[in-house]
Design a protein around this ligand. Structure first.
Ligand code: GUN
Length: 327
């Protein structure tokens, strides 16, 4: 999976496949351009649903739902994501807080912070931003979060429930990808879905989510990873291809079945001296060339990312409702 696959000619990607899709022989450069899926617009819809839910919740219970995000250290992309989560949560009416701990914070102190938040009844949702500094065991911290406040869906109890088909909290990015596919009217029932990347935040939980029975699921899912042989021969079968490997632009046009729907869950910083900040954000998919083969594609930025935040808020509202109903 590490090698980026190129078509024989980068400027004419897989036109033989495009011609099959269109049902005629192409003699000149085709004008296929995939629809760019507007993740921001879908996220906005989810966020306004959540904001309405928060208003209802506050009216009913006279309690403001609370989300606390714990950020340990100075990882620059993490700081950006956390700021986004804080801003979005406040805009939706949550009491959104960020606890920023220095990177030298001992593991035991991070653990104590989680225990304190577990006991705080004004906090309904807890998220510890990953990755954590090397001296901290992420699994230990994630497992210490109360499953009832685990709005990230990464606690073993919630992952187990997902596997058992009776979900508690589902990780936000897989949930966001499913919402994109539902909003876009992509038929998943019986579809071939190929997911590249078996990470615990996206690929693995998504493979379970989309292979369950039910709307926005019931797909035949193949999970590819670094041990996968002949990756392109598998991705070429996909009606829906999800790229979640964290390898910039690794999915190229010749790996795509014509007309496939492409979901790009990768975000990498790629050096770019032409940009003021010295880098640009890149997805796992070579957007331009894949757009000439696919029927729809999520951009980076502006695709999956905004949904991750929106679904986190949805999970947090659910946590607040459950906590209050349980009293
Ligand atoms: N880092 C990148 N994405 C995520 C996420 O969805 N949850 C957490 N906790 N950390 C992340």
């Amino acid at each position: 999976m590490q090698r980026r696959l190129h078509c024989k000619s980068r400027s004419t990607p897989c036109y033989d496949q495009i011609s099959i899709l269109r049902g005629f022989q192409l003699r000149r450069r085709p004008e296929i351009t995939a629809r760019t899926i507007d993740g921001r617009a879908i996220a906005e819809k989810v966020r306004s649903e959540v904001a309405a839910g928060v208003t209802n919740f506050v009216d009913s219970y006279d309690v403001q739902p609370g989300l606390t995000v714990v950020l340990v250290g100075d990882d620059a992309p993490s700081a950006v994501y956390v700021r986004g989560k804080e801003k979005a949560s406040r805009e939706a009416g949550f009491n959104g807080q960020v606890l920023h701990l220095p990177s030298s914070t001992p593991e035991v102190e991070v653990l104590a912070t989680v225990h304190r938040l577990n006991a705080d009844t004004s906090v309904h949702g807890i998220l510890v931003q990953l990755p954590l500094p090397d001296h901290i065991d992420s699994d230990l911290i994630t497992s210490a979060i109360s499953p009832d406040k685990d709005v990230d869906g990464l606690h073993p109890m919630n992952l187990g429930k997902l596997l058992a088909g009776s979900p508690g909290f589902i990780p936000a990015t897989p949930l966001g990808i499913q919402r994109i596919l539902l909003e876009e009217g992509v038929e998943l029932n019986g579809a071939q879905v190929v997911i590249c990347g078996r990470g615990s935040l996206v690929g693995r939980p998504l493979s379970v989510l989309l292979s369950q029975r039910g709307p926005g699921a019931n797909a035949t899912v193949t999970l590819c990873h670094t041990g996968t042989r002949n990756l392109a021969s598998i991705t070429q079968q996909a009606d829906v291809l999800v790229a979640a490997m964290g390898q910039a632009e690794m999915i190229t046009a010749c790996m795509i079945k014509p007309g496939a729907v492409i979901i790009d869950a990768g975000t990498s910083r790629v050096d770019d001296p032409t940009r003021k900040r010295g880098y640009r954000l890149s997805g796992d998919v070579a957007f331009k060339e894949v757009s000439q083969v696919a029927s729809a594609i999520t951009p980076v930025p502006g695709g999956v990312g905004p949904l991750t935040i929106a679904m986190l808020l949805q999970n947090c509202l659910k946590a607040a409702v459950r906590a209050t109903d349980a009293v």
